[in-house]
Design a protein around this ligand. Structure first.
Ligand SMILES: [Zn+2]
Length: 391
C-alpha cells in the first residue's frame, strides 16, 4: 500500500484539491482519496505541485514517428499533405525503431492510453508489448473517387484483419476525413465495424475543407488533380464539411472529431444534435505547426462539448507529449483553467476511447497511472512545468 500527497490532487469531480491523500494498493489500483488529517504524516509520500491520473493521448499516428523534423512548418494543410505523401527514403528498421522509441517516450511523459491511427501494420508489435493501452483506428480513404473505393478498402481491410487476430477489441475501421472518403467507403466502414466502439475522423482542419463542400472551390480540386485523381464527378453539397461526415457516419458509435480548427458553433451544434456520444480532440501544436491557427475553444466550452487532447504525429509536432499540448493551450487561450485542461487530458479522453473502466480518474478500483506535474505557478502551467511518473 502507498499513500501519496502533493500540494494539489486532481479529484474525480474535476477539482484540484488541497490536503488530500491518495491511497493505492501495491499494484497501483486506487483504494481511496481521503483527507490528509486522517493519516500519520510520516506514512505519506509528499510531492510538490500537482498529482493527477495518467494522460490520455486521444489522437496520434505512432507509425509516423520517423518523420520528426522532416516536413516544414507553416505551409498550410494541402502543401503539408503533399510533402508527407512524397516522403519515402527510410528503412523499415528505422521506422520500427522510431515507433518503439516514441512509445517509450509517451510512457515517460505520463501517457497511459493512446487513440492511434494506423494505415499500416508497422506499430502493431510495439502496441502489443507496450505499457500503454492503445485504441487503434485503422484509417481508410479513397480520395473521394468511387473508382478507387473497392481497391483501397481491400488494402486497408488487410491492416484491419491483422488486428482481428488479437483477442482485444480496442480497434475500429475509420474514415480519414470528409475530403478523402466517398459515401460508398463510409458505408463499407460502417458495415465492417462491430457496434459500441469509437470512430475517429479528421475534421475541419483547414478552411479549404469547407470551401470544397460548400462551393467546390479552394485548393482541393487542384490538389486531387496534382495526384492525377479524377475530380469532375464531385458535386458540392452546399453545406460545411461536417454535415457530409454526419450524413454518412454511424451515430450509434462514439465519434471523435479531430482538429476542429475552423469549427463554428453551428457545426458543434449539428454534431450534438446528431449524437449524444460526440467527442472533440484538439491537437494544438499540430494546428500551429501546419496552419498556425488554433480552434476557438470558447465555442466548445459554450456548447458543453466533451473535449480531449491529442498530439497528432511527429510529422506535425515536435514531441508526443500531452503536457506540452496543455501548455500551448494555456499560453494562447489562458481563460481555460488548469482544472478544465486536466479534465480534457484525463477522464474525457478515457471516456472517448471507452477506457474509463480502468483509466482517467482517481476512482476506487481504477488503475489510472499516477503522475506528478511540477513547476506550476498559481495553478497555471509554466514553460518549465514538467511531468514525472509516480506509478
Ligand atoms: Zn491526424
Amino acid at each position: 500500500m502507498r499513500k501519496i500527497t502533493a500540494d494539489f490532487i486532481f479529484t474525480p469531480s474535476g477539482h484540484l484539491a488541497k490536503d488530500k491523500v491518495l491511497v493505492t494498493d501495491d499494484l497501483g489500483r486506487i483504494v481511496s482519496l481521503e483527507d490528509i488529517a486522517e493519516h500519520e504524516r510520516s506514512s505519506i509520500e509528499k510531492y510538490t505541485g500537482i498529482i493527477c491520473p495518467g494522460f490520455i493521448n486521444a489522437h496520434c499516428h505512432l507509425e509516423l514517428s520517423h518523420m520528426l523534423g522532416k516536413v516544414d512548418t507553416g505551409t498550410s494543410l494541402l502543401p503539408f499533405l503533399q510533402s508527407v505523401v512524397q516522403f519515402r527514403d527510410i528503412s523499415k528498421a528505422e521506422i520500427l525503431d522510431a515507433i518503439a522509441t516514441q512509445d517509450q517516450y509517451m510512457y515517460e511523459q505520463g501517457i497511459v492510453a493512446v487513440g492511434d491511427i494506423s494505415n499500416q501494420t508497422d506499430t502493431f508489435q510495439t502496441k502489443k508489448e507496450s505499457y500503454i493501452r492503445y485504441y487503434t483506428f485503422v484509417e481508410m480513404f479513397d480520395f473521394l473517387f468511387p473508382g478507387m473505393t473497392e481497391a483501397e478498402f481491400e488494402k486497408y481491410k488487410k491492416v484491419f484483419d491483422g488486428l482481428e487476430e488479437n483477442e482485444k477489441d480496442d480497434f475500429r475501421a475509420v474514415p480519414h476525413a470528409p475530403y478523402t472518403v466517398t459515401p460508398e467507403l463510409f458505408q463499407k466502414i460502417n458495415q465492417l465495424n462491430k457496434p459500441e466502439g469509437t470512430i475517429s475522423i479528421h475534421n475541419q482542419e483547414t478552411p479549404e475543407e469547407n470551401l470544397l463542400f460548400e462551393k467546390k472551390a479552394g485548393n482541393f480540386p487542384s490538389f486531387f488533380e496534382g495526384f492525377k485523381i479524377p475530380f469532375d464527378h464531385f458535386k458540392a453539397t452546399g453545406q460545411r464539411s461536417i454535415h457530409y461526415a454526419l450524413k454518412h457516419m454511424d451515430a450509434k458509435q462514439k465519434t471523435l472529431f479531430v482538429h476542429n480548427t475552423t469549427c463554428i458553433p453551428s457545426d458543434i451544434q449539428a454534431a450534438h444534435d446528431w449524437s449524444q456520444q460526440v467527442y472533440w480532440a484538439t491537437c494544438p501544436n499540430a494546428n500551429l505547426f501546419i496552419e498556425n491557427k488554433l480552434p476557438n475553444y470558447q465555442y466548445f466550452l459554450d456548447a458543453n462539448a466533451k473535449m480531449c487532447i491529442g498530439t497528432d504525429s511527429l510529422t506535425s509536432n515536435w514531441q508526443l507529449c500531452i503536457l506540452e499540448e496543455m501548455k500551448t493551450i494555456q499560453k494562447l487561450q489562458s481563460y481555460i483553467s488548469l482544472e478544465t485542461l486536466l479534465t480534457w487530458a484525463t477522464i474525457n479522453g478515457a471516456n472517448a476511447l471507452g477506457f474509463e473502466d480502468t483509466l482517467g480518474s482517481f476512482e476506487q478500483g481504477k488503475k489510472p497511472g499516477i503522475i506528478n506535474i511540477s513547476n506550476c505557478e498559481n495553478l497555471k502551467l509554466t514553460g518549465q512545468s514538467e511531468v514525472t511518473r509516480i506509478i
